[in-house]
Design a protein around this ligand. Structure first.
Ligand code: HEC
Length: 250
């Protein structure tokens, strides 16, 4: 018994001390939070632009196909045009050879690198993770992603940042192999929105949150229906009970 208690104690203390200094992630307002929240489509569309023009240089999004973008309000023609901007490796053809063709809506998002080794070779040995599920894959999800993108500050004076690493307030251990990918005005938004750091990080995070959980709105709608159904059922059950017991003396 004592050993078991000790083991449990150690388990928890490792958890506490192993994590290093605690990093407080700020909380941001997100359109999809709360019971009736939905993804801000305009923001997610701008976020796609940020992803395609900046992040897609290094990060894949394997679980997304171009046709999924219909959910963000893109028209079929627009999606065809977006897909066609990418070259897709297809095949083998009748001669057994792989060939390249223009992308079509049913293709998955095209990878920036042929394989993991190529990705590492281009990034000082670090691997840029696939971003399809990154919002689900990190504690504090969207808040963390936005904070991380805004978290590049000067390192404390006594700290030496190794070559190929960068100081980031919100990365675990404060060192990250990715340079700050964004800077004010980097992306030219089609809808005239000013592309400040704050705007771009909100937009790209909204897009990534949608990608990680496109069914969130359906889930909330279903939840609402279930609760309404239960309410009606409760009222019916209550009335029936009153009816059945009405003539019975207590
Ligand atoms: C020049 C290449 C490059 C670009 C462009 C880039 N990244 Fe990265 N990113 C990396 C690398 C390399 C890592 C791995 C860092 C590490 O493990 O230290 C990374 C890691 C990440 C992580 C994971 C951090 C963690 O907690 O492990 C996120 C999230 C991320 N990038 C988001 C983005 C977003 C969003 C963009 C576009 C705005 C972007 N990146 C653009 C190279 C890039």
């Amino acid at each position: 018994m004592r050993k078991a208690l000790l083991a449990i104690f150690l388990l928890f203390s490792f958890n506490l001390y192993g994590a290093g200094a605690k990093i407080d992630i700020p909380k941001y307002d997100w359109s999809w939070k709360g019971f009736f929240g939905t993804y801000d489509r305009a923001s997610a569309q701008r976020g796609l632009k940020v992803y395609r023009e900046v992040c897609a240089g290094c990060h894949s999004m394997n679980y997304l196909s171009y046709r999924n973008l219909a959910d963000l309000g893109f028209s079929e023609d627009h999606i065809k045009a977006i897909a066609a901007e990418h070259l897709v490796l297809d095949g083998p053809n009748d001669e057994g050879e792989m060939f390249e063709r223009d992308g079509i809506p049913s293709d998955q998002f095209v990878n920036p690198y042929l394989n993991e080794n190529a990705a590492r070779a281009a990034n000082n040995g670090a691997y840029p993770p696939d971003l399809s599920l990154i919002v689900k894959a990190r504690p504090k999800g969207a808040d963390y992603i936005k904070a991380l993108l805004l978290g590049y500050v000067d390192p404390p004076e006594n700290m030496k940042v190794p070559k190929g690493q960068h100081y980031n307030k919100f990365m675990a251990g404060n060192l990250i192999a990715m340079t700050s990918p964004l800077s004010d005005g980097l992306v030219d938004y089609d809808d005239g929105t000013e592309s400040t750091m704050d705007q771009m990080t909100t937009d790209v995070t909204t897009f990534l949150a949608w990608a990680a959980e496109p069914s969130l709105e359906d889930r909330k709608r279903m939840g609402l229906k279930v609760i309404l159904f239960l309410l009606v059922l409760f009222v019916l059950a209550y009335i029936s009970k009153q009816q059945i017991w009405r003539n019975i003396k207590h």
